[in-house]
Design a protein around this ligand. Sequence first.
Ligand code: NAD
Ligand code: IPM
Ligand code: MN
Length: 349
Amino acid sequence: SRVVKLAVIPGDGIGPEVIAEAEKVLDAATAASGVQFAKTRLSLGADRFLATGDVLTDEDLQTIAAQDAILLGAVGGVPNDPRLKNANIERGLLLGLRFALDHCVNLRPSKLFPSVPGPLASPGEVDFVVVREGTEGAYVGNGGVLRPGTPHEIANELSVNTAYGAERVVRYAFDLAQKRRHKLTLVHKTNVLVNAGGLWSRIVGEVAGEYPDVATDYMHIDAAMIHMVDSPSRFDVIVTDNLFGDILTDLAGAITGGIGLAASGNLNPAGEFPSMFEPVHGSAPDIAGRQKADPTAAIGSVALMLDHLGLTAESERVTQAIEADIAERTGAPRTTAEIGTAIASRISA
Ligand code: NAD
Ligand code: IPM
Ligand code: MN
C-alpha cells in the first residue's frame, strides 16, 4: 500500500491545538483508504527558539525536504516580543521553508457558505481562489538599512519580480481558471509600481493568448479591496504578487466567515520538493491554549493536501464533512476539539 511521508509542524500558539484536529480528520479520511501517512513531527517555532536558539537548522530542512508533504499549524510569538527580535521566526522558518522548497504558488481558496454569518449584508455567491506568488516580491529580504537609528535613517525593501517567477504562477492560475469559471483577474498596482506591474501585465497578456477560453481582467489592489467587499462574486481566480496576495487573502478570509475557515497550500507544482499546507491565520496568541481556535482552516488545509497528493476521494470526503459541519453551525460556542471531533466523525460515520 502507498505510504505518504508527512512532516507535521504544529508550531506555536493555537498551532498545536488546530493541528491536533487536522490530524484527527486526516486519520479518519484515510483510515479505510489503504494509504498510510508516516508522520515525522518537528517542534519548530518561537517556543523552540526560546529554548534552544534554533529557528531552522540544516538538519531540520533536510528532514523536511525528504518528506512528501508538510502540514503546518502556525508559527510566531506575540507580535513584537523583544525576546524574539533577533529570531525572526516568520522569515527564518515560514519563509525559509517556502523559499528553500520553492513554493512558488500560494493557493488560497475562499468560499462563502450560505449559513455562515459574515460582515457583508448581501454578498451573493462568493467562490474564488487567490493564486499568490510565494517566493519573490517584497518578501525576498533584499534590502537594508542605512544610517540606522538616526533621523536620516533609510530603510529599504526591494521587491524582486522575475519573468520566470511571474510566468509560472500566471500559468498555474490560467490552468486553474480553465477548470473553474474561466475568469482570471490580475491584481497589482501598475499605475505606481510601473516596473513590476509592467512585467506582470505583459506576462498575463502573453499567456492569455494560449487560453482563449479564459477571460482576463485587471484591477489595481486598492480597487480590488473595494470590490472584494461590494461585489466579491465577480472573482473567480485572482493572480497577484506575494505582498498583495498576503493582504488580499486576510480580507478574503474575513468576508467568507472569518480567518478561522481560511485554508492554504504552498505548492511546488513541479514536485521537486514537498508542498506545505497550513491555515492562513497565525498563532493567535490572544486566544492560545484555551481551546477557542476554530480548526476548520487547518482541516481545510488537509483537504488541499489530500487533493495535491492525488487522493481526490479522501480530499472530497474531508471537504464534504467541513461543509456539512459549517451548514449546521448554530453560533453556540464549541471548543477546538469539539469542532474537530464533529468533522472527523462525519467522515467515519
Ligand atoms: P493571527 O492570524 O494569529 O490572529 C489575528 C486574529 O485572528 C486574532 O484576533 C486571532 O485570535 C484570530 N484568529 C486567528 N486564527 C483563528 C482561529 N483559527 N480561530 C479563531 N480566531 C482566530 O495574526 P497576528 O495576531 O497578526 O499574528 C500572531 C502571530 O502569528 C505573529 O507572530 C505572526 O507573525 C504569526 N503569523 C504566522 C502565520 C503562519 O504561521 N502562517 C500567519 C500569520 C501570522
Ligand atoms: C501568511 C503570513 C506570513 C506571510 C507571515 C507570517 C510571514 O502572514 O502566511 O499569510 O506574510 O506570508
Ligand atoms: Mn498573512
